[in-house]
Design a protein. Sequence first.
Length: 561
Amino acid sequence: MAWFLLDFGLLAVLLRAAILAFQSLVIGGLVYVAFVQTPGGPAGDLATLRCRRGIRWAALALAVSQLLYVAVNAAILLGTLQLSFRDLVTADFFIAGTVGLVASVALILVLNPFGGAAASNRQFLFKSLPFALSLLAASIWTSHSVARMDHRLVTALLTGIHQLAVAIWVGGIPFLLVSLSLEQEASRGRSLARRFSRMAVVGVAALLAAGLGLSYFYIGSWGALSGTAYGVMVLTKSALLGGLLVLGGSNWWLVRSLENHTNAVKGPKDSADRNIPKPLLLVRRFGEAEIGVGFSIILAAASLTSQPPAIDMVQDRLTTHEIVERFRPAIPRFRSPSVDELAPATPLEEAVNSFDNSAVAWAHSHRDPDMAFSEASHHWAGLILLAIGAGAWMSRSRRFPWARYWPLGFAALSIFTFVRADPENWPLGPVSFWKSFYDPEVLEHRVFDVILLLYAIFESGVQTGRLRSRAAAYVFPLLMALGGAVLLLHNHALGNVKDELLIEMSHNSMAILAVFAGWSRWLDVRLPLRLHGEPASRIAAQIWPICLVLIGCLLLNYREA
């Protein structure tokens, strides 16, 4: 129960992210099938059938997520507040979660994937519409809009438009890729891409308009935007959205260029991409990256639900001077106190039961050696990552054959962070290896250690040619993007709101760079060799090493005070 209490916040955000993601897939898939996908011919009928099955699987995953969300929240309330059953079932989260669960199950039953592709897609949408709207209403019911005392109707409407727009754009892309992968006729592929492009433009416009409206009601001022946790996460979302708009804008331009394009990608005879027009192939690859960045934004949006709106946080706001001072370049610290000088570890039971935060306050008053130790660890990690990024850059040149071993730096970084990240735990501290996992911060560190080790194993094999499987080349970009998305949820409990927020700014900046690094490397790997001279391929190949270098620079300038 202690571990559950400590990790409840992280688990709640992850479940909320899963609900938003699968909801986007369900609603986006329904809109796509109704307005973009057209049955006809073997490929068209098969694509329609697969899209419907995909929606059904997404609805099943959404039902499971809703069930877990209700169960987890009910367990935490029953375990801490001893609520009665009547109080529990009348709580907003329980009602909204139950409505979402029932609507998801109803969609599973309504969306018969074996009904034949010849059935009207518009009729398919109308049968599902009441349940899709119920999903949207349930999601709005657990948002900030309903909890507010003022402007409730306007903010609820803007929230619904915002989520619907995300579903139309990001949630529809996977179904477009399914259709394009099955379509052999270039003309039908162009038609699908054009129709989806028009629909996505509407979604983007609605997304931006609703987002600006919500920012007006939830943030209210420029000071709140940069000085609160909510505002910082909105800035993080905006940065990721900027990258997503670049990808989406590129696809919009490529779709326009398809009108008179007849050149196909020349590749091996057994290549599935041989007869696909070059712009259409780029649309598919950029679409894959759009999905990844888009769902990272959904994770950031889920994290926002755990933060009070910035307009309500009038105390402990960061000032511009404090932000500038913290991120002003300084000489890195490579010497740190010994482990014996650090504050003793707080017992798990005390951390859980100390609701008055007295233990945290005591630790904060004795934090100078701990901060020095943490800063030195971050600076050494930054130096290692800087070397990794430089090695990845130099490996592109034949003049530095040794640089191809740059992924081994991730193994060194994994070992280093395993030893140094949590000095109160094994092997440096008194807390045993297995007990250390009760702390959610330690759990996150251990996950990152494993991810770093996987980077080293797979990417070193790819770079040296020992792993020739194309699937092996996908491991590094996918895990890099995943690590960046998970970093959006990482936090430090320092007992000081401003210090925590400043560290969150640093972490979010690294998360953005990691997401961009992962998906630019994905494009670098996924684009055919014949396209490696194209501007898109050259740019993608240069972005991810630069991102690694910039993450190293951020770590070298990391400070906790």
